[in-house]
Design a protein around this ligand. Structure first.
Ligand code: ADP
Length: 570
């Protein structure tokens, strides 16, 4: 590259210098020739004038003598003609043998009383001559000067000029070599600098001391490299800080590229899974199908996903939240919930065991109270106490039943047996189950608009959901009120609802309504036989089906409880 630039510059320089020399040579030669010709014409005109004066003044001297003297003195050819053009005397030829000269252009002008100037090859002497003629009394005189002298002088001048041009060309070429070499070396420095930067060495500098355009380019490139170095340093610092931060958190964090390659993992992740292979496809590090599927969904649909990964490490459970990254790929955070799960399970088992253990004594109490009440129908205040015991033991029995159901659905260990069920069948069965109770309470229970499709549902579990929701709706609706069940299509799910015209639920309670034992009015709930667990059971059954549950209500405008179930494709 260096030699190419160098030679290009050199050739350009030499061409410019050669062209300039040639133009100069032609121009100077032309100018020189024309000025020399002018000078000779002037001097010849002077001499011709003197010659004419002499011919006019010395009538006594023979013309041949004057002509000879004039020719010798001026180094010219002298000619005299009469008014008819007959040659009277000539310094270089015998006048009588010469033809008539009246038609010569210079003589035509002179015989007409003017100065005549012409140049041509003489027929008499055979060389190119410059002729100047002037009128004299009774004719005209003419001096001729050989133009070959101009050519000789010009040739000498031209050869000197060529020598000088050659010398100038040589000197200019040497200077051009030096300049193009220097430019080429400076460009080479810039190329080397660019190669360093391209290879990632941002500390490279050109450091030009000159102030021309190349130096300006060099200093701009230096400035760019300096700015890039500063930006990269800031980026690196940010990256290091972020890495330190992510490494210091106890949760495992990993990043996946859009090509499903494991791009990065923090310290916690590496100690969780020492076989992790950063830079390799994700499947080489993780085998948990739920986790892989969730990450696939995030990368493909750019949607945040949460999943529980129980097959990642034997005996451990992780809650994984994966979110899309700008520009593709995903980032996932692993929270070890093994201990939380264990405590939760212990709590659930404890509640289930206690409830189970309470079942037998409660059944026994209820049985004996009933027997005593039947055996002693008129025992006064004693009977009243027994009825209180009966009511409370019945409540406790409901509570233990609900606690057992909740423990079962909450654990998620028992997956619902989902089969395709017609939406109308679910709604009608739910209505039929409560028709009697609704009638006794004077409330109209009806099925509203529905959809003709099937959902994937565990029929018994969903009837439990409807039972809890309809029970509440009937419980809170006034006599003469209306409770409506229905379903709408909603994407790839069906949305069921149970709507009543009861007192409704204010917004601040709606968020927490599905928590266990959460009650808006605890004493009313208790009085009406509520346990505060109905909606918690509903929530867990629906979640186990892959659906969602929510309430829409405004105070004094009734309540509408909705839940979704996945649409069956069969
Ligand atoms: P409970 O056994 O007390 O009914 P739930 O979990 O079924 O327990 O309901 C929790 C609370 O939600 C109830 O105590 C009640 O305050 C409120 N609630 C439930 N359904 C309705 C409804 N249809 N209208 C008004 N409030 C309701």
């Amino acid at each position: 590259m260096r030699s190419r630039v160098f030679f290009k510059l050199l050739v350009a320089f030499v061409l410019v210098i050669a062209t300039a020399t040639l133009i100069m040579d032609i121009a100077i030669r032309r100018e020189w020739e024309s000025s020399l010709r002018k000078q000779i014409t002037q001097s010849l005109t002077e001499k011709t004038r003197m010659f004419a004066n002499r011919v006019d003044a010395n009538k006594d001297l023979p013309l041949a003598q004057i002509v000879a003297e004039q020719a010798q003195a001026g180094g010219v050819r002298a000619t005299v003609i009469d008014a008819k053009g007959t040659v009277l005397a000539d310094s270089e030829a015998s006048a009588p043998q010469m033809e008539n000269h009246a038609a010569r252009p210079e003589f035509i002008a002179a015989l007409a009383g003017r100065l005549g100037v012409a140049s041509r090859t003489s027929k008499t002497v055979g060389t190119e001559l410059l002729y100047v003629a002037l009128p004299v009394r009774g004719g005209a005189v003419r001096l001729a000067y050989p133009l070959s002298s101009i050519e000789q002088t010009t040739a000498v001048i031209q050869s000197k000029l060529l020598w000088a041009s050659g010398l100038a060309l040589l000197v200019a070429t040497l200077i051009a070599v030096a300049i193009s070499h220097s430019i080429s070396m400076r460009l080479k420095k810039i190329v080397e600098f660019a190669e360093h930067v391209a290879a990632g060495d941002l500390s490279a500098r050109i450091a030009e001391s000159a102030s021309d355009e190349i130096a300006q380019v060099a200093s701009s490139l230096d400035l760019t490299a300096r700015n890039l170095e500063r930006s990269f340093a800031a980026l690196q610092l940010n990256k290091d800080q972020l890495e330190t931060l992510l490494n210091s958190i106890p949760n495992g964090v990993l990043a996946v590229t859009a090509d499903r390659i494991l791009a990065w993992a923090n310290g916690a992740m590496k100690s969780l899974e020492p076989q992790i292979r950063v830079g390799a496809p994700l499947v080489e590090s993780f085998r948990d199908p739920d986790l892989l599927h969730a990450l696939e969904m995030v990368v493909e649909r750019s949607e945040t996903q949460s999943v529980q990964a129980a097959k990642l490490i034997p005996g451990k459970t992780f809650n994984v939240t994966a979110a899309p990254m700008p520009g593709g790929g995903a980032v996932a955070v692993f929270q070890d919930v093994t201990e939380i799960e264990r405590v939760e399970k212990t709590r659930r088992d404890f509640i289930a065991n206690v409830s189970h253990e309470l079942r037998t004594p409660l059944t026994s109490i209820q049985g004996y109270v009933e027997t005593v009440l039947d055996s002693y129908p008129d025992s006064g205040q004693g009977r009243q106490f027994l009825e209180i015991i009966q009511r409370n033991s019945a409540r406790m029995a409901r509570l233990t039943e609900d606690l057992l159901v909740l423990a079962r659905v909450e654990s998620g260990e028992e997956k619902p047996k989902q089969t395709p069920v017609a939406v109308a069948e679910l709604l009608n069965e739910a209505k039929e189950n409560f028709d009697g109770i609704a009638q006794t309470r004077g409330i109209s229970l009806s099925v509203g608009p529905s959809v003709e499709c099937r959902v994937n549902a565990d029929k018994d579990a969903i009837q439990q959901v409807f039972a809890n929701l309809i029970e509440n709706a009937l419980k809170y609706s006034p006599t003469g009120g209306k409770v409506v069940l229905g379903a709408n299509a909603s994407g790839d799910a069906v949305q069921f609802y149970v709507r009543d015209c009861g007192p409704g639920i204010s917004l601040e309670h709606q968020q927490r309504l599905f928590e266990r034992f959460y009650r808006v009015d605890a004493s009313r709930s208790r009085d009406s036989g509520g346990t505060g667990l109905g909606l918690a059971i509903v929530k867990h059954i629906v979640l186990n089906h892959g659906g969602t549950v929510w309430v829409e209500s405004a105070l004094n405008h009734g309540a509408s409880f909705s839940f979704t179930l996945p649409l069956s494709k069969n």
